[in-house]
Design a protein around this ligand. Structure first.
Ligand code: 8YV
Length: 335
């Protein structure tokens, strides 16, 4: 009998078809998010799962499903997966890096520009029928070209944003990351490492791209916001929880920060009520990777991870983007 897999959310038909060439597929075409109990029960008898950031994989779920061998996330972030619990139980976990880097960087840049140039505020004003005349200072925002772009977290997406800023907009790019980039990479992206306090104090536009972990929880809270220029903008395309949303809403309301662009939120899809009422913030529903081509590439990569992790396809035993490759058998890893 062919192995069974769960596809926890609705996804492109092409992905289901690819999985169906190897597995019995239990799909979720209605796209209703399964409760933790439903997810645990639906995984009974399944060898693998295609999941998204909405499905939580933890020790209790794995213990209830000892037959599970692979959980493949359609996301680069994996805040939803207890990776240690997977590794301890020999369950392969994977994510979808690289394929979304440029698309997510495009979106981060767009959100930063929208905040700086007050695009959403202007649009709401126009739609509300309040545009009756031109004024010299109407929605006058902050300059983007030539300004200082600060990047918090300098992985693949951070570097792609840095390149856009330096090469396309003549920005001075500074960054803070726990580990400094190699000099050659720094030169390529034209960015200079600074400590966190300097980053906050000098950025005209701060873009946050640091992955979520307990260590990055509220990395930017009231104390950090207080270091920023009142004329600055903050953009978060990382994960909810990296920024203290309540503190951010207060800073925006009190104009201690000019504007913000947010694609991710603490407790999303709920959004802090104060963020919904301050005008100087652009809010989007976690869509930074959402171009059709990129979402398709992410889904196919997650499927290919699942197929290979369960020992099928051209890369049998060698999933392309594993998070814990140490659980693979040495022979299967080709070492
Ligand atoms: C995903 C993301 O679409 O890849 C990530 O980490 O945040 C998004 O691109 C989202 O997490 C759904 O899985």
């Amino acid at each position: 009998m062919r192995p069974q897999v769960l596809v926890a959310r609705a996804v492109f038909d092409e992905v289901l078809e690819r999985l169906a060439t190897h597995f019995e597929v239990d799909a979720n075409p209605d796209d209703r998010i399964l409760t933790p109990t439903e997810l645990r029960d639906r995984l009974r008898g399944k060898a693998g799962a295609f999941i998204t950031g909405s499905e939580r994989i933890d020790a209790a779920l794995l213990d209830a499903n000892p037959q599970l061998r692979a959980v493949c996330n359609m996301a680069v972030g994996y805040k939803n997966i207890d990776l240690d619990a997977c590794t301890e139980r020999g369950v392969l976990a994977s994510n979808t890096p690289d394929v979304l880097t440029e698309t997510t960087a495009d979106f981060g840049f767009a959100l930063m520009m929208a905040a700086a140039r007050r695009i959403a505020e202007g649009e709401h004003f126009l739609r509300a029928g309040r545009w009756t005349k031109w004024s010299y200072d109407m929605f006058a925002g902050a300059e983007v070209h030539g300004a200082t772009l600060g990047i918090l977290g300098m992985g693949r997406i951070g570097q792609a944003i840095a390149r856009r800023g330096a090469l396309g907009f003549g920005m001075r790019v500074i960054y803070h990351n726990r580990s400094r980039l190699d000099a050659a990479v720094e030169a390529r992206v034209d960015a200079r490492w600074v400590d966190k306090a300097t980053l906050l104090a000098e950025s005209d536009h701060l873009v946050i791209v640091v992955p979520y972990s307990p260590a990055s929880h509220h990395l930017v809270g009231a104390a950090e916001l207080a270091l920023m220029k009142p004329s600055a903008t903050l953009t978060n395309i990382a994960r909810g929880g990296v920024v203290d949303d309540a503190a951010l809403a207060t800073a925006l309301r009190e104009r201690r920060l000019a504007a913000a662009g947010l694609d991710v939120f603490e407790g999303e899809p709920k959004v802090h009520p104060d963020l919904l009422t301050v005008p100087n913030v652009v809010l989007t529903p976690h869509i930074a990777s959402a171009s059709v081509a990129t979402r398709r590439a992410m889904a196919l990569l997650a499927a290919d991870n699942l197929i290979a992790a369960l020992g099928f396809g051209p890369d049998a035993g060698r999933p392309p983007t594993p998070l814990n490759p140490q659980v693979l058998q040495p022979a299967a890893r080709g070492t």
